[in-house]
Design a protein around this ligand. Structure first.
Ligand SMILES: C[S@@+](CC[C@H](N)C(=O)[O-])C[C@H]1O[C@@H](n2cnc3c(N)ncnc32)[C@H](O)[C@@H]1O
Length: 298
């Protein structure tokens, strides 16, 4: 179909479709070409949570995901972003390699692999193993279609917080000069530069020559209280990426929306959303909740 024919479709947002993403995403009237600004999702991980929603064997994971990746590439706008939250598990004493294979396969498919954000789960499940430590992070892989894409770095600054007024009351002389950190790192900081700031980046920030540098490590607590779904995003995770890669009114897609976190974050942030979910029960719950939140029947 020629490009201009495809563009006659307008994406309908504010809804979660029930079905298999591999099939549903091919539907060009529901998911037109170049219609979405950000795709953010956490698919079922290989061999995990079988009893909740089935799963794919690690050796088949890349073949399972690639047809979905192909549709996502078609649906994403040229300057949009795709954030894939995933983490390989360990089996028989070593890590599975399917995520690494998936990254390589997605690059071959035409995706541009920009970055790997590390989601540090400060309250991760405690555990002790003879050959490794407690697993406290997951990958958030950032892909785009092109080298240049929309990114609003200033939007991920946060209010400076109460600690600042206390800290600024007791400024010493050295706070007005750049000094080298106590860990002998190469970056120094001049605390007085913060005096007139109302917003800063979150914890993962250093200040160097009056500039703020945010890092690619994101600290969000995992959600342990959702009894209806076993693998829920913390609301802060999609929210942070919405700020970074989208503006109000932009369209976000989550093809494995589960309990609907992406939709709730989108509603709160003034982004339009569209979701896909296999499990009918989750879909009904999410659509009901959306209706309550937005006051508009789906
Ligand atoms: C890791 S969970 C996503 C959780 C979600 N981020 C949240 O905050 O609730 C993955 C979801 O994908 C759904 N799923 C599994 N296979 C699917 C498929 N082929 N198409 C669409 N959804 C699927 C599962 O039912 C599950 O809810």
């Amino acid at each position: 179909m020629a490009k201009k024919d495809v563009r006659k479709y307008k994406i309908k947002t504010g809804v979660v479709h029930q079905g298999n993403a591999a099939i549903l995403l091919k539907n060009k009237s529901k998911f037109p070409d170049e219609s979405v600004d950000l795709i953010i999702t956490s698919p079922p991980y290989a061999d995990k949570r079988k009893k909740f929603y089935g799963s794919v064997h690690p050796s088949e994971y890349v073949d399972w995901f690639l047809p979905i990746g192909k549709e996502l590439l078609r649906i994403l706008k040229p300057n949009g972003s795709f954030v894939l939250n995933i983490k390989e598990h360990a089996r028989n004493g070593e890590r599975e390699t399917y995520v690494i294979e998936l990254i390589l396969a997605l690059k071959k498919q035409g995706w541009f692999w920009v970055e790997e954000y590390c989601w540090y789960k400060k309250n991760s499940y405690p555990g002790k193993w003879p050959n490794r430590f407690r697993d406290s992070w997951e990958r958030c892989l950032h892909f785009t279609k092109e080298r240049s894409f929309k990114m609003y770095q200033n939007a991920v600054k946060v209010p400076i917080g109460d600690w600042a007024s206390k800290r600024f009351k007791s400024m010493s002389e050295k706070d007005f000069n750049r000094h080298i950190s106590s860990t002998n790192g190469t970056l120094g900081r001049n605390v007085s530069n913060w005096l007139n700031r109302k917003k800063v980046y979150p914890h993962n920030v250093v200040v160097f020559e009056e500039e703020h540098y945010v890092s690619n490590v994101l600290e969000f607590a995992t959600v342990c209280t959702n009894k209806n779904h076993s693998a829920v995003f913390p609301l802060e995770l999609p929210t942070w990426f919405f700020k970074l890669f989208t503006r109000k009114g932009d369209v976000v897609l989550d093809p494995f929306i589960g309990s609907g976190t992406t939709a709730y974050a989108a509603l709160a942030m003034g982004r339009r959303f569209i979701g896909v979910e296999l499990n009918e029960e989750y879909v009904n719950q999410v659509n009901k909740q959306i209706e309550l939140m937005s006051g508009v029947p789906n």
